[in-house]
Write a new protein. Sequence first.
Length: 434
Amino acid sequence: MEEKRPVWTSRYTFILAAIGSAVGLGNIWRFPYIMGQYGGAVFLLVYLLLIVTICFIPLFAELTVGKITKKECIGAFESVNPKFKILGFLNPLTGILISSFYFIVGGWIVYYIYISLTNVHIVNYSEYFSDFTQNSIPACICTLTFLFSCIYFTARGVKKGIEFANNVLMPLFAVIMIGLIIFSLQLPNAHLGLEYMFKPDFSKLDSQMFLAALGQALFTLSIGMGALLTYGSYISEDKSIAKTTYTIIFSDTIFALLSGIMIFPAIFSFGLEPNSGAGLVFVTLPHIFSQIPYGNVVSCAFFILLLAAAVTSGISILEVPVASISERLKMTRAKACYWVFLVIAAIAIPATLSFGALSEFKILNKSIFDFLDFSTSNVLMPLNAFFICIVAGWFLKIKGEMFIKNKYIAKLFDFGLKFAAPFVLLFLLIIGLN
Ligand code: PFF
């Protein structure tokens, strides 16, 4: 049975959902640890530079293609040229692969909320984290719990599910974050963390940093898998996409900076290293929480914050394959969710087991989890972002003058959409493959 195409209730709910998609694990989990690995403030400068010069272009293109075509990803590409249908397929495929590792990290958050609530006594946080990820059954249960929570909202539809989740979770997220920042800034030597974030050491600048910053920018802005294209396709009236683009970029950057301000002062205050990688949030921070009064309350608040951010992004990732399946195959949203759940679970379970029972199984010399991360962040997302710029600039002939008053800036935008952004994205893709 075919369902009516949904539309957002208002501009506010659309923007909130788009911000909800962008602000997620990429801001609170990935941004601080990548910044920690690449030397702090100087990485931040490179990252900001790339966002304002390159990344806003594919973001804008995704929203515009969605808004103009009013179709899910496959249909959107197909309506520009039937030969591009295959390019559209890459988006839900990327969504399914991203979700398979995104939901694993979501599962870790679920588990950490559980241990914060039950006040489990932990001696060595690093060992504890690796024991948990290697322990197949609890890890799989957590992955599936998180996946189920997100798909529940997606199945309820755009208004009752996606808008509702964002309306409740985003304010909750903001309130908890402000509380944790105030707490963190009052710790002794908090200023060392701020110096690390804002005082650049240019000797740390290198080419790898540019790649890492561009990859992080695409991931955190939800560019390159059609989530914003799909959200853009639910816009009803003639809303300004340019303003929406700035709002998403501005909010996402503010939330990434705030996560740094929440995390780095605490790390420096306890004399710990900021470069501990992906475990920063699951090993270093819990270690800090265990040493402060009411640590389990702070820990619980932190992981609920992370969960809220991850759910609103997870919902947007699921929306891409769900919208494609339900609209293409004329299936109800609930049925499409059921199939998407099964497919993602079938990939996410082996990926969860790749830390334990399936750790010996490798694809291109990588564990299943690492392969999914690599193939999406380094290959599929830049590739999809490249295609959306080409389609929007060369085939849909979107021009800067349609939305920018200043004709020089409009021309600069045209150059960015047709040449600069595709070139940089392709460059990233080629380098990332080596
Ligand atoms: N932007 C999200 C985050 O920062 O966690 C992740 C994400 C969501 C990536 C949606 C891609 C996407 F389409």
